[in-house]
Design a protein around this ligand. Structure first.
Ligand SMILES: C/C(=C\COP(=O)(O)OP(=O)(O)O)CCC[C@H](C)CCC[C@H](C)CCCC(C)C
Ligand SMILES: O=C(O)C1=CC(=O)c2ccccc2C1=O
Length: 299
């Protein structure tokens, strides 16, 4: 029993399937990218910011709905009671609902491009969506080869934040690129954590997630190194004068980072216990990125 939420009432299964806390991963690249843009140029366009936030949420909804659709084809989700396809019993409906979210999200991005009279943001977001498709869709299914974390890093880090920065300023920034490394790492940590409790089902379905490749113990150590990396990295970049000192506010997330590492080190091979580590990682992501972006706004 690894992906099972069988004892949950149906409404809780639907909430688990929709994954509300996960949507902060879509919002934060826009928040931090717009924060860096404001720090550097004093430009902040509230309409573009709000449209981008909504579009990012809709695009991530497509990613998650289509993940359940594509996973229903490989059999990997057969024990996943909180799969949208298993819950609704209607794969076609979910497929089109996902496409509707993608279409609406891309419409928002087109509105930004029209406001800017510049298609650059459309190009970057289409690249992100391409990576999102390659993670799970045929014939690629790169997530099944253990490449998901790299795709996730690029989409939510350098690409997502370049799009957010460009949507505000129509220029590029090295500081934004440096900040995107931190956002990319902390977002990929969430994906990495999501695999620990699924190792049995993943092996059975032929999915070679990083946890399957490395084993749970080594994966727990890798998690500690990557989680720990973002704090000295931000300190170094503050020391070099690349980030404003206020960005060190993100260190307030350290207690959650400790909690995450301790929890995974202690429970890496106990699926029922380690299964909530993804949500601890989302908490680390939420507070570190919220305060990191705030640091740029204040700086
Ligand atoms: C769907 C994702 C993870 C779920 O993986 P898994 O199949 O293991 O999950 P279940 O156990 O629930 O079945 C996330 C995948 C992320 C992907 C690599 C990159 C997505 C890019 C987004 C579409 C881009 C959004 C960018 C934003 C800034 C506009
Ligand atoms: O369901 C999940 O496990 C995830 C969904 C998702 O959209 C996402 C996005 C970015 C990083 C990780 C994840 C997930 O883990």
């Amino acid at each position: 029993m690894t992906r099972n939420h069988i004892s949950m009432p149906k409404n809780k299964l639907w909430i688990a399937a929709i994954k509300p806390p996960m949507y902060s991963v879509a919002i934060m690249p826009i928040w931090v990218g717009s924060g860096v843009a404001f720090a550097e140029t004093k430009i902040f366009n509230g309409v573009i910011f709000a449209v981008f936030m909504t579009a990012a949420i809709l695009i991530l909804a497509w990613e998650n709905i289509s993940n359940d659709v594509f996973d229903s084809e490989t059999g990997i989700d057969k024990n996943k009671h909180h799969s949208l396809v298993n819950l609704s019993g209607n794969k076609q409906l979910m497929f089109w609902l996902g496409n509707l979210c993608l279409g609406s999200g891309l419409l928002g991005i087109i509105v930004i491009a029209l406001l800017q009279k510049d298609p650059t943001v459309i190009g970057i977001i289409l690249l992100c969506c391409g990576l999102g498709y390659m993670y799970q869709g045929p014939p690629f299914r790169l997530g099944y080869q253990g490449l998901g974390e790299i795709l996730c890093f690029v989409a939510f880090g350098p690409l997502g934040m370049a799009a957010a920065y460009y949507s505000q300023t129509q220029t590029w920034s090295i500081t934004n690129l440096a900040a995107s490394v931190i956002v990319g790492i902390v977002t990929s940590l969430v994906l990495f954590c999501s695999h620990f409790h699924q190792i049995k089902d993943d092996i059975a379905a032929g999915k070679r997630s990083p946890i399957v490749r490395l084993g749970t113990q080594k994966s727990a150590q890798v998690l500690v190194w990557f989680t720990a990396s973002i704090y000295p990295l931000s300190l170094l970049l503050v020391g070099l004068g690349v980030f404003p000192i206020w960005t060190l506010l993100s260190w307030v997330s350290l207690p959650f980072a400790f909690k995450l590492c301790r929890h995974v080190l202690e429970n890496h091979d106990l699926p029922d216990k380690v299964s909530n580590c993804k949500f601890i990682a989302v908490t680390v992501h939420f507070w570190s990125c919220l305060l990191f972006g705030t640091g740029f706004m204040l700086g």
